[in-house]
Design a protein around this ligand. Structure first.
Ligand code: DC
Length: 231
């Protein structure tokens, strides 16, 4: 590279926001459209939790948690719908249990664990580009990202969406319970001292409370195109 050539920047698009807002759906659609790599950073915390639960590691066993975090390796292959894989095995379903959600939201408050997981997440920045979703991708993991979106929606709306989704799958659910659990996770994510859930200063904030997923996807895609390819 000659001295006046700039090093190539692999484009990164971050989509942060609270639980149940549809970040994953949006990020996967964008990754498909732009043929970019995909990172579900929530799955990183969840995968660590599944392993810790399996090995009986408690939340106060910091050394063991850090050791586990340093060995974690995950993939999200596009041909498998971006489902989380470890060593070629689809582990996505095992990440969604209530036990795992609760452990993950607690393990995510430990700053040493978050620090240990940074390198793993940053390795996903690979050609031709990355679309990632989470809570702190635009603020901590990829502060230099070219495009940052913060997707929001009211707590009632997110609980309602989840309720409808479960009922449509034939799973019985209580709206009140879903609302309380979403609100509790929000509070934990927003109040923690390390990497709290907050929109990056340079993020475009989308309040999707009254928007359809199609409108959210089309306006986000137009924004990504403009920021990445037209400037
Ligand atoms: O998005 P999710 O529900 O799959 O995330 C699981 C947990 O991990 C959630 O409680 C918040 C935490 N998390 C985080 O702290 N930082 C991220 N970038 C992604 C998820």
């Amino acid at each position: 590279m000659s001295s006046n050539e700039k090093p190539m920047q692999i484009p990164v698009v971050t989509i942060d926001g609270p639980a149940g807002v549809g970040k994953g759906t949006l990020a996967k659609k964008l990754a498909q459209m732009f043929e970019f790599n995909y990172l579900d950073s929530g799955a990183v915390y969840r995968a660590l939790s599944v392993k810790a639960l399996k090995e009986g590691i408690q939340l106060y066993d910091l050394d063991q948690l850090i050791e586990l975090a340093s060995q974690l390796s995950l993939e999200f292959p596009q041909q498998e719908g971006f489902a989380a894989h470890i060593d070629g095995e689809n582990i996505d379903a095992s990440l969604r249990s209530e036990e795992c959600s609760s452990y993950a939201s607690q393990v995510a408050t430990i700053s040493e664990v978050r620090k240990e997981l940074l390198a793993l997440q940053r390795r996903f920045q690979a050609v031709p580009g990355l679309i990632g979703d989470g809570r702190d991708l635009g603020t901590v993991v990829f502060p230099q990202a070219k495009v940052k979106i913060f997707l929001d929606a009211s707590c009632e709306e997110r609980a309602q969406r989840r309720y409808k989704q479960l009922i449509a799958q034939g799973i019985s659910a209580s709206f009140g319970h879903l609302f309380d659990s979403i609100r509790a996770r929000d509070e934990r994510d927003r109040a923690r001292s390390t990497a709290p859930l907050v929109a990056a200063k340079d993020a475009m904030v989308i309040d999707s409370t009254k928007m359809s997923i199609e409108t959210v996807v089309s306006s986000s895609a137009a924004y990504v195109r403009e920021r990445l390819f037209m400037e």
